[in-house]
Every structure is written in structure tokens, then in C-alpha cells.
Design a protein around this ligand. Structure first.
Ligand code: PMP
Length: 297
């Protein structure tokens, strides 16, 4: 991934992609003092950019460090980077970490660094293809308690659990993993939140030990507009037998229907189809409106 043309915004300036490097004695690498975001640009505009930039700052604060840039500066850097790379439909990855100024568990003397990278990422699958649904395995790894780790932070360290779950699921032929939480309730997939549908009711786990995703909140709004009732509550795994539909939400995943989780089956139907289409319409409409507002300034 490191050998390509293009630009990375690195500590405040556009840097050639191949030169955006860090030292092996990096605090973020050794001790996971690192936070990041995952965003998508549609028609050249990142959907919910400011929410993502603010969450990045909050994630860092939860780990005890302050970003050297304000969310407004991060927003401007993101727009500059997309334009420099000539990208319109792209994935955008801001990341902030403690550098290689010192090597120890303590953070005294460490500096906060930040980069933003982006690369082309069109929506690969047609709605018809997505509506077939993906298959999840129930992971043996659990989301930790909020007094074990800063679970509201999009902290790199918390993704160790996700990458182990995902690797095991991949190895057994599944598309992704469903993680339960430390109490045994249904939590989320490895990079997305989860919803279950029964008629006009959607049930989704209370986000008290994992990310309350930006897409999750957006889709809840779209669902209410479409006449669905949302029930946020703790969901036991065996309750999955009582639902007809299931889908994931995330900036990368968008709305992804699910057809199987372990021994439970679902059939993507009206809720999946309605929300998948409503979300893909919204991201472009908001992008167009943001571009028009910027042009009018
Ligand atoms: N949970 C995890 C573990 C994630 O990585 C993501 C993706 N950021 C989400 C949930 C969904 O968050 P969002 O909708 O803000 O992208």
C-alpha cells in the first residue's frame, strides 16, 4: 500500500505518498497510542466530515492526548488532500499517534503526529448484489467493559480484538464476525454496528461499550422517516432467532444486509432495501448541497 503515486497530508503538509514514513521506534506502534477515523467521500465531499473530525479529537482526548489541529483545520486539510489527489469517490483515513521522540510506556516527551491518506474506493457492489446478504461468525473475542478500555474512542488498540475476530472468521469462510460484549450481549461487527428487523421495528444494541457509529445515527434518522420504530436495548444472542432481517452500518460498510450469523438466518427484505437505498441517496445529496454551499461562498 505504501508504493504508489499521490499525496498524503503528513504533519501539516502534503507529502509524496512514498515518503510518508515513520520510524520503527514509534510509540503508536509499540503501545497503541494511536487513534484514527474511517470516512468516505462521495462526489468529492466526505459525508459527515465534521462529525468524523470531532470524533478524532475526542478519541485522542480519551487516550490522554490533544491533536495539534482543530476539527476545522482537519476538515480543510481533508478537502485539500482530496483535491490534490484528484479523488471524488474515496476512502479517507485520518490517523493521529505519539511519535518516536522517546521509548517507554510513559508518554512524557512524546509528540502528537497526524496524517490523512485517501484512496479511490467506489461502491463495488450493486444494490442487488448487496441485498443477497453477507455471512457472519460469532467471535470468541468480546468487546471489553467501558472501565477496561476507553470504548468510546476509535483507538487503534481496540482494533486488536476486531482483527483477531476477522482473521478467524475469514479463515472459516465467513465474511465478517459478530462480537458479543463482556456481558454476553450482541455488540457489533468488526468495523460496523448492527440492526435487526421485525416488521416495522428495528432493534439495535445500546452502544454502551462500543462506538455509537455516525452511520448508525444517520440510518436511525432515515429509518424513523421511513416509518420504522427503533428500539435500542441489550440483545441476547439467542434472541436473534426472533428477527427476520439484519444489516450492518458503517462509513465503509454503508448499509450491508446480513443473511446469516452463526446458526441464525435472516432474509434481507424491505427494511434492508429501503435503508440501503435511502442511505446511498443521502450521502450524494448532502455532498452536492455541501459543494453548492462552498461554491456560493
Ligand atoms: N464499530 C466499529 C468497530 C467500527 O470500526 C466502525 C467504523 N468506524 C463502526 C462501528 C461504525 O462507525 P461509523 O458509522 O461512525 O463509521
Amino acid at each position: 500500500f505504501d508504493d504508489r503515486d499521490g499525496w498524503v497530508w503528513f504533519d501539516g503538509k502534503l507529502t509524496p505518498w512514498r515518503e510518508a514514513r515513520i520510524h520503527v521506534l514509534n510509540h503508536g506502534l509499540h503501545y497503541a497510542s494511536c487513534v484514527f477515523e474511517g470516512q468516505r467521500a462521495y462526489d468529492g465531499v466526505v459525508f459527515k466530515l465534521n462529525e468524523h473530525s470531532e470524533r478524532l479529537a475526542r478519541s485522542a482526548q480519551l487516550l490522554g492526548f490533544e491533536l495539534p489541529y482543530t476539527p476545522a483545520e482537519v476538515n480543510a486539510a481533508t478537502a485539500e488532500l482530496l483535491a490534490a489527489n484528484g479523488l471524488s469517490d474515496a476512502y479517507v483515513r485520518p490517523v493521529a499517534w505519539l511519535g518516536s521522540e522517546q521509548m517507554g510506556v510513559y508518554t512524557r516527551g512524546s509528540k502528537v503526529h497526524m496524517a490523512i491518506a485517501c484512496w479511490e474506493w467506489p461502491s463495488y457492489f450493486s444494490p442487488e448484489e448487496k441485498l443477497k446478504g453477507i455471512r457472519l461468525e460469532i467471535s470468541r473475542w468480546k468487546r471489553p467493559a467501558p472501565d477496561t478500555a476507553p470504548t468510546e474512542s476509535k483507538a487503534a488498540g481496540l482494533y486488536m480484538i476486531c482483527t483477531m475476530s476477522r482473521r478467524e472468521a475469514d479463515g472459516r469462510g465467513f465474511d465478517d464476525a459478530l462480537m458479543l460484549d463482556y456481558r454476553g450481549y450482541v455488540a457489533e461487527a468488526t468495523g460496523a454496528n448492527i440492526f435487526f428487523g421485525r416488521g416495522k421495528e428495528l432493534h439495535t444494541p445500546t452502544p454502551d461499550c462500543f462506538l455509537d457509529g455516525i452511520t448508525r445515527r444517520t440510518v436511525m434518522g432515515l429509518a424513523r422517516e421511513a416509518g420504522y420504530t427503533i428500539v435500542e436495548r441489550h440483545i441476547r444472542p439467542e434472541e436473534m432467532a426472533g428477527f427476520d432481517e439484519c444489516f450492518l452500518t458503517g462509513s465503509a460498510a454503508e448499509v450491508t444486509p446480513v443473511r446469516q450469523i452463526g446458526d441464525y438466518s435472516f432474509k434481507p427484505a424491505e427494511a434492508c432495501s429501503t435503508l440501503l437505498h435511502a442511505y446511498s441517496d443521502l450521502v450524494r445529496v448532502e455532498g452536492r448541497a455541501a459543494r453548492a454551499a462552498a461554491a456560493a461562498e
